[in-house]
Design a protein around this ligand. Sequence first.
Ligand SMILES: Cc1cc2nc3c(=O)[nH]c(=O)nc-3n(C[C@H](O)[C@H](O)[C@H](O)COP(=O)(O)OP(=O)(O)OC[C@H]3O[C@@H](n4cnc5c(N)ncnc54)[C@H](O)[C@@H]3O)c2cc1C
Length: 398
Amino acid sequence: MAQDPASVESDARPTVLVIGMGDTGVLTAGHLSRHCRVIGVTTKPVLVSGQELGLRLTEHAQWRRNYLIPLAHYRRLSRVEVIHGRAVRIDPLAQTASLELASGEQRSLIWDYLVIASGVSNGFWRDDRLDTYGVIDSRLASQRAAVTSANSIAVVGGGPSGTSAAFNLKRAHPDKSVTLFFPGEDPLPGYPQSTRRYHRELLARQGVALHGGHRAVVPDGLATSDWTGGRLEFEGGQTSSQADLIIWAAGRLKPHTDFLPTEMLNAAGFVRTDACLNVEGYARIFAIGDVAATDPLRCSARNWAYKVLCRNLLAKIKQRPLPARFTPPPHRWGSIVGPQPTGLRLHTSKGKSHALPRWLMEWLLYPLVVRRFIYGGVRSKERASLVRDSGSVDDQGR
Ligand SMILES: Cc1cc2nc3c(=O)[nH]c(=O)nc-3n(C[C@H](O)[C@H](O)[C@H](O)COP(=O)(O)OP(=O)(O)OC[C@H]3O[C@@H](n4cnc5c(N)ncnc54)[C@H](O)[C@@H]3O)c2cc1C
């Protein structure tokens, strides 16, 4: 396997390899590309955001506009070499990465700096499969079809994803029975108490049947990414429950770190990351997002952590002290049930909430704040070659 610094013409700038082009990889690669040569390795030729699960299952067209975007449409990524493939091994001493490409070939890259942004597997909506756009699209269609044909839906797990799924499913399909099972008294552990109480009442008002104190047993051999119906049993011995469709949102996260040396990982398999977002013991390696063990909530996908990482990595290149620190908030925050016909409610880490009217969300928040300011501009319909290297996959996955 030949080692290849990059396939683009020679460039004196340091090469930064970003592994994983999900929510944080896209932001980090785009920002660094103004200063360095950046290569992004991605299992998917589109950003398939893990955000807004409820919207994804119910208002699919609206979800796609903001959360399923071909990488070639991000203006800032036009300076990034995007490779459709998966990192299978990195060697921190030799500063190389071995890749398995979507074309089936192998490739080895040399990097000067590495950013690990490979995320976690979570339920059915986040994974590290090497997929084309076509496969992603047909999977989304079959999930929507399963929702449509089910009369009863059980959602297992009271985190933001389970809460959002249960609320939105019941709002969109008032005739279906929607049940939410979660272990505690209120959903949303990690959020301020007032946010938890607010959502318990919201779910109940919407008609979701709430079953607190119910920890479901994951049947042997079942992957929580499976889409099936069946009977749920509970660890506490409560009466079992039958549903046409069971959505597992039980937080059984699996970090995507198989390609990393075990010395880089904590006992749970997440990347040991300090407040500078530097991987502990590896001066040239940084980590961000759900895979990075920065704090108990692992919340560096949010809270502007990509800016901290970019400042520190650029300082490292200039051999200066790292200037920025990631300070996680004590509680989770954000929108839980996502955009609604009336607007968007944002919950702060202190337990307060603010409602944004729908017009503000549609005219200001998504187009200007998110797309233009945070992501640096997203082209709408342009087709662009995604994988310059293999030349075989464009933004429609052909
Ligand atoms: C602007 C913004 C707003 C947010 N708002 C909210 C909110 O309101 N509420 C909320 O709950 N959360 C919010 N989040 C957080 C979000 O829910 C998740 O935390 C986020 O999706 C995790 O991003 P990630 O990049 O770590 O992982 P992912 O987005 O999952 O990306 C990881 C990618 O790496 C790929 N990958 C895995 N292994 C490999 C490999 N070996 N080689 C190559 N690629 C690989 C995966 O397939 C995936 O495509 C927000 C995040 C952002 C950026």
